[in-house]
Design a binder for this molecule. Sequence first.
Ligand code: EPU
Length: 336
Amino acid sequence: MMITENKELNKLNTLGLKAKARWYAQPADVTSIKSLLSDTRFKGMQILVTGSGSNLLYSKDFNGLLIRPDITSITVTGEDENSVYLRAGAGINWDTFVAYCVDRGWGGVENLSHIPGCVGASPVQNIGAYGSEVADTVVCVEYIDLETHTDHSISKNECRFGYRDSIFKRELKSKTIITYVTFCLSKFPVINANYSDVATELSGINKPGLNDVRKAIIDIRKRKLPDPEVIGNAGSFFKNPVVPENMAISLQNENPTLKIFPAPSGFSKIPAAWLIEQCGYKGKRFGNVGVHPNQALVLVAYEGATGEELINLAHSIQNSVFDKFKIEIEPEVNIV
Ligand code: EPU
């Protein structure tokens, strides 16, 4: 396994920010991960685990060991009349995994097409889009404990998934390296086209299949979201705030253009993009950073941007939204 010193990270984060990691390694299996963890060179050092860096903001150099697990196998571990169980390595590109399932007619992840990132990162923030979440298909998550170097497997319930949330962002934050995720896919997929953008996109197709849904979602995302190869970005920069339903409804009564989305137990999700747009930020540029013209939830980093500039822009957006609506919006990206 190659271990690199002073690794440049600008190609390893989709915001394209310049930063260096003191040490960097890309272990391809569990044994290599464990040998890294017990390597005396890194004893006592901070460890950061990353996938493709699509949800990371480097505000400075990282003075520790950056590990990018590169386990890429996919194995069918079980099958019954209705379902197939797939154990997928953490290092597989998420969309490659989605395409693999869709190509075989296995349903459950097609609405999560074209989301940047890796399989291992998918349960951490419970990636979600167009009415689906990865939690809908996860069976269990395997990880190595960074302190004891022991292997663990936790069930979907133990992952305590919520909206952009899981145990890996709470009690297990910075304490694990996810190695494999096992998914249960359906051999008789039920198409979920309830999200209005998807329904519109599929309206001309009689009985859409998995491939149609995948294509529709890729088309929607390509239209709305900037390609990180062209403009640095980390997808949604903020989470959509979850507020008591009565508060959301009264805001909607005052603002008929506001769409609100149901959330569990008497709460509603308000699109942060709408709040940001109302504050006048959509499409604006401030120095080397800005707010995307097609999706106000996405902050973009132009050539030469720094993490500090992005953090400053994020703070001023948060303050404006709070001043205008008395609603706090929290970043979804992890700031290092
Ligand atoms: N809207 C605006 N202004 C905008 C964009 C959207 O007012 O500039 C309003 C519209 O009313 C629209 C609503 O916001 O109906 C929802 O917009 P969209 O469907 O684009 O979804 P979102 O809530 O902004 C979330 C996820 C996205 C995911 C989409 C689609 C979060 C933080 N983001 O965005 O995920 O693709 O739903 O399901 O929940 C990501 O996590 O990186 C990401 C892109």
